[in-house]
Write a protein that binds this ligand. Structure first.
Ligand code: 15L
Length: 276
């Protein structure tokens, strides 16, 4: 029996990294984005939809027959409040209402580390010396963008409690091919681990509502892997393999300056509501 997984924001940075990695025998990927995703390559089980997550009719149609949704759509950096409100908060409400109406039983939401960006290194070390900060730590958003991610988590919780939809909110660190600076050595989630995490979210039995960090098994992690382990996520990559190349002689130095002492990094200092 084939399954259909709807991915919103499929043409964004994370969506494009996940497309080849989530392809499976017996699975159709239904890719939705405001920028039309590339059509299916030969042999690729892919459907493409050009639409906004804020378009209620389009989202209802996109959810028809879907078994699960991976909701990556929305604005991924700081932006004016009205834009964040529409794309991220209202867009997620539209996605969840469409999921409920279509009977989709499982939704994965892309939250972000910026929901908790104002936690500092000292707090992390005192609260989680062994394994880092727990995934459900109370929000401390660093931007309007971070506030929208807190709201997204709350919407997921609401739709789970009201309608029994399984919702996992991922507080994603930095999902790119490679880390690029000192901070990203502790926030990195490799694309392969990102796919492992999404597979765990799709397959774990009865997850209910959960919040899980989206990170790799980094030597420098600030965040705990426990919540991920509980749903069968076993990351395999470690950013440390890039550390020497990135930091050179400074490889063993601690955080340099306030941007490296706060989890959200430069997001904590960017002017609120300004395009980043
Ligand atoms: C995010 O939430 C952003 O979407 C992404 O662009 C990165 O900046 C990432 O966080 C990060 O913290 O590195």
């Amino acid at each position: 029996m084939s399954e259909t997984v709807l991915i919103t924001g499929a043409n964004g940075v994370v969506g494009r990294l996940m497309r080849p990695r989530l392809a499976r025998e017996g699975r159709v990927l239904r890719l939705l984005d405001i920028v039309r995703p590339e059509p299916a390559a030969e042999g690729e089980a892919v459907e493409v939809i050009e639409a906004s997550v804020t378009d209620e009719a389009a989202m209802r149609a996109a959810c028809e027959g879907a078994d699960a949704i991976i909701h990556l759509g929305g604005i991924s950096v700081e932006a004016p409040w009205a834009d964040i409100l529409a794309a991220n908060i209202d867009g997620t409400r539209v996605v969840l209402e469409a999921a409920r109406d279509a009977g989709v039983r499982r939704v994965v939401l892309a939250s972000s580390n910026h929901a908790t960006g104002f936690y500092d290194l000292e707090t992390v070390q005192s609260e989680g010396p062994e394994g880092g900060l727990p995934a459900d730590v109370f929000p401390r958003p660093d931007t309007y963008y971070g506030v929208s991610k807190v709201a997204i988590e709350a919407l997921g919780s609401l739709f789970h409690d009201r309608y029994g939809i399984d919702v996992t909110a991922l507080r994603i660190g930095s999902c790119f091919e490679k880390p690029w600076d000192r901070r990203s050595l502790w926030t990195w989630m490799s694309p392969d681990d990102g796919a492992r995490l999404l597979e765990a979210c799709l397959s774990t039995p009865e997850p209910g509502y959960r919040v899980v960090w989206g990170i790799s098994r980094n030597t420098r992690n600030w965040w705990s892997l426990e919540a991920g382990k509980a749903i069968g996520y076993h990351p395999q990559d470690d950013s440390e393999v890039f550390a020497a190349e990135l930091l050179g002689d400074a490889i063993d130095d601690g955080p340099q300056g306030p941007e490296e002492r706060l989890a959200g990094g430069k997001f904590c200092f960017t002017p609120l509501g300004e395009h980043q």
